[in-house]
Design a protein around this ligand. Structure first.
Ligand SMILES: Cc1cc2nc3c(=O)[nH]c(=O)nc-3n(C[C@H](O)[C@H](O)[C@H](O)COP(=O)(O)O)c2cc1C
Ligand SMILES: C=C(O[C@@H]1CC(C(=O)O)=C[C@@H](OP(=O)(O)O)[C@H]1O)C(=O)O
Length: 383
């Protein structure tokens, strides 16, 4: 399964084309829209999320609620386009356009992208660097998650800590509805209240905030990915999609960083076997992968987001047209997007896992796939 996304942040629409899905997968917009709603939520977002009510259209590859095996095309319209149609118009002329951006923002893609693609209106860089693109990737992720649900895989995405405040309530699958209801997707109500206070404070100062997000998956078969080929290693692929989320600068599988400072005897997860259950661990410090493959234990991925780059109290920069010192550009912006990023991490990790299932089990139809997965689960139990 592969996919491509296109679309500018303030252009008419985002488009995604997914190729390689099996036929007969039940799929409707109702499988995707709740993910888009979740991604739009979260305390600390800017006014853009009030303008948009992201909903998807399925324009190919699905008939009567099931995939046909043809490429699936998804479309999300940008409601904000009505305010930008002149600025974003592909027709020549009208230069320099309104809202041209020349004071490169430290921490955003502006300067490197401007040099690389030789744009002096840095809007031509930011329109694609913008995390708006993740709306379509989350839609693709929702489709991947629909497929995973047929293999018995469940998942969650939440915020472990943000704005300098750690959640003190350890994650439990029972807390999933609490996370969904929390405006900051945290398990801990006290931490949540403190985070909200700090976000308000940061916004008033013209500052921004980051945090640590986590995604977990249970019900995975062991052996997804491969130790044989570096590019198929599951942990490597998960890390790649995590780092592809704008503003993510660190990734951890399990308690990866903590493990690095301890002796092996206190890190590796002892192996047990039980009739009917098969192999299992009592601890999961490895976070669900060994040798680039799933172990069958929970996959636990953490990622660190830097604070949002656009500051309303701007840092010094240089104007790329005049080369004079300037205050960095101030665009309408989020104070923080950490809760949204946790939804994105969950969605995108789902894409990697769906790809790994499809690679391992193949098949043109959903039924073929499910049958092969079930047979393999039996093999893993009795091996
Ligand atoms: C959901 C989400 C929303 C974001 N919103 C903003 C924003 O409003 N303003 C901004 O400057 N950066 C925002 N970012 C981060 C930038 O897109 C990102 O920092 C930029 O593209 C540069 O890429 P890098 O941080 O990965 O180096 C957001 C990121 C995410 C995940
Ligand atoms: C549009 C989204 O996020 C945007 C990501 C973003 C950035 O620089 O990454 C900047 C802001 O764009 P705007 O200036 O249009 O408000 C965010 O709103 C979204 O998440 O759908």
């Amino acid at each position: 399964m592969r996919f491509l996304t296109s679309g500018e942040s303030h252009g008419p629409q985002l488009t995604g084309i997914i190729e390689g899905l099996p036929s007969r997968l039940p799929l409707s917009v109702e499988d995707i829209n709740p993910w888009l709603r979740k991604r739009q939520g979260g305390y600390g977002r800017g006014r853009r999320m009030v303008i948009e009510t992201d909903t998807v259209e399925i324009v190919s590859g699905v008939r009567a609620g099931r995939t046909t095996g043809a490429p699936v095309t998804l479309v999300i319209k940008n409601a904000d386009y009505r305010n930008w149609s002149e600025i974003m118009d592909p027709a020549p002329g009208n230069e320099p356009r309104k809202k041209a951006l020349t004071a490169a923002r430290p921490g955003h893609a502006d300067l490197a992208g401007g040099i690389k693609y030789h744009h002096k209106d840095l809007r031509d860089v930011l329109e694609r660097a913008s995390a708006r693109e993740t709306a379509m990737r989350v839609a693709v992720g929702a489709v991947a998650h629909k497929l995973l649900s047929f293999f018995g895989v469940e998942s969650v995405g939440f915020v472990a800590g943000m704005a300098g405040v750690w959640s003190k309530v350890p994650f439990d699958w029972e807390l999933r509805s609490r996370i969904e209801e929390s405006p900051v997707r945290m398990t801990d109500p006290e931490a949540e209240a403190e985070v909200i206070r700090r976000v308000d404070e940061a916004k008033a100062r013209g500052d921004t905030l980051g945090g640590i997000i986590e995604a977990r998956f249970k019900g995975l078969v062991p052996g997804l990915g491969s130790q044989m080929h570096w590019e198929r290693k599951l942990d490597g692929r998960v890390a790649q999609v995590a780092l592809s989320i704008p503003a993510v600068k660190g990734v951890e599988i399990g308690t990866g960083f903590e493990n690095a400072m301890k002796p092996g005897s206190q890190v590796h997860d002892a192996i047990y076997w039980e009739e009917g259950r098969g192999y299992y661990r009592q601890t999961n410090r490895a976070g669900g992968t060994e040798g680039g493959m799933s172990t069958g234990e929970e996959l636990v991925v953490r990622a660190a987001l830097k604070p949002i780059a656009t500051l309303m109290t701007p840092l010094p920069t240089v104007d790329v047209v005049t080369h004079q010192p300037a205050d960095a550009a101030r665009e309408r912006s989020d104070t923080t997007a950490v809760p949204a990023a946790s939804v994105i991490l969950e969605a995108l990790t789902g894409i990697v896992l769906a790809q790994a299932y499809l690679e391992k089990f193949g098949g043109d139809t959903l039924e073929e796939l499910v049958e092969r997965v079930e047979r393999y689960k039996e093999h893993a139990r009795t091996y």
